[in-house]
Design a protein around this ligand. Structure first.
Ligand SMILES: [Zn+2]
Length: 349
C-alpha cells in the first residue's frame, strides 16, 4: 500500500469515495477567504481530506481574544499574520499540499489561477455579497457560513444557476453586528467551518448531486437545526430576476405604503404587524410583534392571522419572504410594507 493510501485509507473505503474521488480532491483548488473561526478549521479539514491546492486570503493578525474560538492558533502566534500561521499548520499536517497566501483584504478581485470553489470565512454581509458576485463571475459555487452570538447559518450556493446569497439577503443593515460587537459562542465557528468543508468535499466528489441553496440555521441556545431551501428572488440582481421571469412562480406580492399604514394606525384599523428585522436596534413606534423569518416560513396555515403586515429594513426581505412562502393561503394573508423601516425612519426624522 502506498503512502498516500495509508494517509487516506479510512475515507477511500467509504461508499462513493474511492481512488477516483480522492483524485478529484487532489486536483481541486479552493480559495479560502477569511482565515479565522470558519476558515481556519475549514482549511485544515480540506487539507486533511486531500485537497490539492488552497489559497488563503486574510489581512488580520491573531489577537488574544480570537483564541477562544480560533483554537487552531496558539498563544505564541498572537501578533502574527493569520494566513502565515495557518499555512504553517497546514503544511505541518500535509507537506505535499500547495498553499498560496494573500495577506490582504478581499475586495472582489478574482484569482488569476483556476479555482473550483470559494470557502467563505468572512464575517460581514458586504464581504459575503462580494464573494457571491465573484463566484458568479468565476462561474463556480461557494461555501457560505455565518456565525453570530449563539446562531449560525451555512450552505452551498451556485449563484449562476440557482438562488444566490443576495436572494436570501437582498437588503441588509449598513451598520452590522459582528462577533467583535455581538460575541460568539466558542465552539460554534469550528462546528460550522467543518460542516462547510464537508459540503465542499461532497460537491467535489459528486458535482451532480449538490445541495445548492439548501441552508441550515443552527441555534445553540435551543439546539435546534432548521433546514430551508432558498429560491430565486424577484428583487435580487438582474441575473436572478431575469431567471425568475422566465420561470413560473413570479407571483406579485401584496404591498402597503407607509402613508396607508399610518392612516390605519391612526384610526385603529391596522392589522397585526410583524417586525422581521433580525438586527434591529430601533423599536417600531407602534404595536408590533418581533418575528423570525424562519419561524414565519415554517408556520402552519392555520396559525397565520387573516391579514398581517411584514416590516423589514428596506422592504426587500419582506417581499422575498412572502414570495417564498410555499402555501398560497399565507402568501395571500401577508402584506409587505413598501420600503420597510427605512421609509418610517425618514418620516420620523
Ligand atoms: Zn440572487
Amino acid at each position: 500500500m502506498s503512502d498516500s493510501n495509508t494517509r487516506y485509507d479510512r475515507q477511500l473505503i467509504l461508499p462513493g469515495w474511492g481512488e477516483s474521488g480522492q483524485l478529484k480532491l487532489s486536483q481541486s483548488h479552493i480559495w479560502v477567504i477569511g482565515c479565522g473561526g470558519l476558515g481556519g478549521p475549514g482549511a485544515l479539514a480540506l487539507a486533511a481530506a486531500g485537497i490539492g491546492e488552497l489559497t488563503l486570503t486574510d489581512p488580520d493578525t491573531i489577537n488574544l481574544n480570537n483564541l477562544h474560538r480560533q483554537y487552531f492558533f496558539s498563544q505564541e502566534d498572537v501578533g502574527q499574520l493569520k494566513v502565515e500561521v495557518l499555512k504553517r499548520k497546514i503544511i505541518a499536517l500535509r507537506p505535499d499540499i500547495k498553499i498560496n497566501i494573500q495577506p490582504f483584504k478581499f475586495i472582489g478581485s478574482p484569482l488569476e489561477r483556476r479555482v473550483n470553489l470559494i470557502f467563505d470565512g468572512t464575517d460581514t454581509f458586504q464581504a459575503k455579497a462580494l464573494i457571491n458576485q465573484t463566484a458568479r463571475a468565476l462561474k463556480i459555487p461557494w461555501l457560505y457560513g455565518s456565525v453570530l452570538g449563539y446562531t449560525a447559518e451555512a450552505g452551498i450556493w451556485d449563484p449562476l444557476e440557482r438562488a444566490c446569497y443576495t436572494c436570501l439577503y437582498p437588503d441588509f443593515p449598513q451598520e452590522e453586528l459582528t462577533c467583535d460587537t455581538a460575541g460568539v459562542a466558542g465552539p460554534l465557528p469550528a462546528m460550522i467551518g467543518n460542516y462547510m468543508s464537508w459540503l465542499g468535499i461532497q460537491y467535489l466528489l459528486n458535482p451532480e448531486a449538490p445541495n445548492f441553496g439548501k441552508m441550515i440555521r443552527w441555534d445553540l441556545q435551543t439546539n435546534r437545526i432548521l433546514h430551508f431551501q432558498v429560491e430565486r428572488n424577484t428583487v435580487c440582481n438582474p441575473e436572478c430576476v431575469n431567471y425568475k421571469s422566465v420561470n413560473k412562480d413570479s407571483e406579485a406580492v401584496a404591498q402597503i405604503s407607509w402613508t396607508e399604514l399610518k392612516a390605519k394606525l391612526q384610526n385603529h384599523s391596522a392589522p397585526p404587524i410583524w417586525d422581521i428585522r433580525p438586527f434591529s436596534t430601533d423599536e417600531l413606534p407602534f404595536p408590533h410583534e418581533k418575528k423570525d423569518v424562519q419561524e414565519i416560513m415554517e408556520m402552519e396555515d392555520k396559525n397565520f392571522p387573516e391579514r398581517v403586515i411584514l416590516i423589514c429594513e428596506q422592504g426587500k426581505i419582506s417581499n422575498a419572504l412572502i414570495s417564498r412562502l410555499k402555501d398560497p393561503k399565507p402568501r395571500r394573508f401577508c402584506v409587505s410594507l413598501t420600503g420597510g423601516w427605512n421609509v418610517i425612519r425618514q418620516d420620523l426624522i
